[in-house]
Design a protein around this ligand. Structure first.
Ligand code: HEC
Length: 249
């Protein structure tokens, strides 16, 4: 992953210096309002965090490069945060141009236009401000996103166990632990977010991958006295923390 980032990053740097400077200049002169960093952080968590690690946003995706890692060296070499902002905005608008070197290896590709219009600037400004910075967000930014997975344990009711995915797109379920009786069970995981997820319990069942209001579900049987692990099988999501325990009582 480290090498992938560095390669992408060098391509991005060339592009930023060659193409982005004039764009950035004209954007300054047209009297636009300052970017909304709170909205930028919220959108980053919703739209980008499932694939990218960014410590300040507490996102843990692993399908794309770790962004702190990707820009740390450039910052150390004296690149300004405004230039990084420009590069991030360019990556959002034209991911293909920066990703050319990584194509055709069967890896995840970053979709274009995950956010649009002024939101591009908001997200890029937030990332530019906090990337590789250490410490924690403060003030309004600290409260911009509710921490995922902090919900209470859930209990099965009427033969059904419902464990929703985090609605903001973070890599977590709304509960990390659950209880259920032994016997037949219907497991459901509604997912309001745009980040694809499923729910799986090895040896019991596996739901479909869903997003945008879909419900991943399966029927299975739980054995008395056992503790099972439920998790999301979308690559990278379980490693980022999308799992929990079901205790059978
Ligand atoms: C589906 C996964 C996925 C999502 C969602 C995603 N990215 Fe990416 N991103 C990638 C991958 C894979 C790469 C590296 C290859 C490429 O450029 O396509 C990448 C590369 C990048 C880079 C370049 C990093 C470097 O090493 O130079 C930046 C910056 C970036 N993404 C920002 C974002 C932002 C901001 C969002 C949200 C608007 C986002 N990404 C959403 C997968 C994703």
């Amino acid at each position: 992953m480290r090498r992938t980032s560095a390669t992408t990053h060098r391509a991005a740097l060339g592009l930023a210096l060659g193409v982005l400077a004039p764009v950035a200049l004209s954007a300054c002169g047209n009297g636009k309002t300052d970017p909304d960093l709170v909205a930028g952080k919220q959108l980053f968590v919703q739209k980008c965090g499932a694939c990218h690690q960014l410590d300040r946003a507490d996102t843990k995706g692993v399908s794309g490069p770790d962004l702190d890692e990707a820009f740390r060296q450039a910052l150390a070499d004296g690149m300004g945060r405004n230039s990084i902002e420009g590069m991030v905005a360019e990556q959002i608008r034209h991911p293909a141009r920066l990703g050319e070197g990584q194509r055709g290896k069967g890896e995840v590709v970053m979709p274009a236009d995950l956010v649009e219009g002024e939101s591009v600037t908001d997200v890029a400004a937030y990332v530019g401000q906090v990337v590789a910075k250490g410490g924690e967000d403060t003030g309004l930014l600290a409260e911009a996103v509710k921490k995922a997975g902090a919900g209470k344990p859930v209990a099965a009711k009427d033969g059904k166990l419902v464990i929703p995915a985090d609605p903001t797109g973070q890599l977590a379920y709304q509960a990390a632990s659950a209880t259920a009786p032994a016997g037949p069970i219907e497991v459901e995981s509604p997912n309001e977010s745009g980040t694809p997820h499923d729910i799986v319990i090895d040896g019991v069942g596996k739901g479909e991958v869903v997003q945008n209001g879909g419900i991943s579900k399966f029927n299975g049987t739980l054995d008395a006295g056992k503790t099972y692990t439920f998790y999301c099988s979308v690559p990278g999501h379980r490693q980022a923390g999308m799992e929990g325990k079901v205790t059978v009582k």
